[in-house]
Design a protein around this ligand. Structure first.
Ligand SMILES: [Zn+2]
Length: 348
């Protein structure tokens, strides 16, 4: 099923998807991009050809080399405080083509993030707690092949849905190396083994998901055996468009990552997932000051934990971060361009 067709179907159940355009600076950048370089990169997602045949071919070696140069340029820009103009010029010269989508799937209380590269490569980060809801999402978004599956940690609200998603034959599975002792974990391992999926422990590897660079952020050493504090982080980069997700990492883990002074957690990020469903022990001022997200998505459903907490919501508001919630907005989709511009669509 194509993305476009299925998106319509999903929207038909509720209110149609609406494009959010409240943020003035976003409008401005989108307009600027359109006037600077017409063509696929400035197209609205609706104009994109949804079929497999319409998808672009993989990047040429020159494109890949360009991406490396761009990554270097961006990191240099971050270090030297290069002007916006300079950054834009670099992107225009070397940016990969097409658009990346980052979808925060509405799976109730839990996490599930679906990423698609312009080439149609698919990554699923966590799967929520419900096999039924994951199955619905797989139909809605036509998830029939997963190239990379990540379990940030082995708690049920992150891996139960992955058991269902294993039917999409993941090529690679990455986790924190701490297998759960639960039946759910055992079911997931069996399902992945049946699909001959390759297992890899998170080790700060970089994965090319088509032209999207995926930086795996391994849990720091000495985090003990707590699952939350051993959450695997994932930072995505598509030209100047960046997204960061770190599972249910609590302060102990984010503080240790900050100690490591890692470039891949240094913002700004256009897209960011609220840590631990907006719990009070997740996002904190020191961490957010480094990550500097523009938009935060809280993956949350009906729960008894008080998620999202006022503490987390206040923190985002104080930092001027635009808030989306899957319990209120349904599935939230960001469509990113290599020049760093993006559009946001919410299911409701
Ligand atoms: Zn969780």
């Amino acid at each position: 099923m194509s993305e476009k067709g299925s998106g319509k179907k999903a929207a038909g159940k509720k209110a149609p998807e609406k494009a959010e355009k409240k943020r003035p600076e976003k409008k401005a950048t989108a307009k600027k991009a359109a006037s600077r370089k017409p063509g696929p990169q400035s197209r609205k997602p609706a104009a994109r050809k949804p079929s497999r045949a319409g998808r672009r071919r993989g990047p040429s070696p020159a494109d890949i080399a360009g991406l490396v140069v761009l990554a270097l340029t961006v990191s240099l820009a971050a270090c030297n405080g290069m002007t916006g103009k300079g950054k834009e010029k670099a992107s225009a010269e070397t940016a990969p083509e097409g658009q990346v989508t980052v979808r925060f799937l509405d799976v109730g209380q839990g996490d599930a993030v679906l990423v698609r590269s312009p080439e149609g490569k698919t990554m699923l980060i966590d799967g929520g707690r419900s096999t039924v809801l994951m199955e619905q999402q797989m139909k809605t978004y036509g998830i029939d092949k997963i190239d990379v599956m990540v379990a940030t940690h082995a708690d049920a609200d992150h891996i139960a849905g992955l058991v269902t998603a294993a039917s999409a034959k993941p090529t690679l599975f990455i986790n924190n190396g701490l297998g759960g002792s639960t039946k759910t974990w055992e079911r997931l391992v069996s399902a992945l083994q049946a699909q001959k999926t390759t297992f890899r422990k998170a080790s700060n590897q970089i994965i090319n998901l088509g032209s999207v660079k995926v930086q795996v952020i391994a849990p720091p050493p000495n985090m003990g055996s707590d699952q939350n504090d051993n959450s695997v982080g994932v930072a995505l980069q598509f030209g100047d468009f960046r997204a960061l997700m770190t599972g249910d990492s609590e302060r102990k883990e984010t503080a240790a990552w900050l100690e490591q002074d890692r470039a891949e957690i240094a913002g700004p990020f256009q897209v960011y997932k609220s840590i631990h469903h907006g719990a009070a022990n997740g996002d904190n001022p020191a961490w957010l000051a480094v990550v500097r997200p523009q938009n935060v998505v809280i993956s949350v459903g009906e729960n008894n934990y008080g998620h999202p907490t006022k503490t987390a919501l206040d923190l985002y508001k104080q930092n001027g971060v635009r808030i989306y919630r899957t319990d209120q907005n349904g599935t939230v989709t960001f469509t990113g361009n290599a020049d760093g511009t993006y559009t946001v669509n919410t299911q409701r």
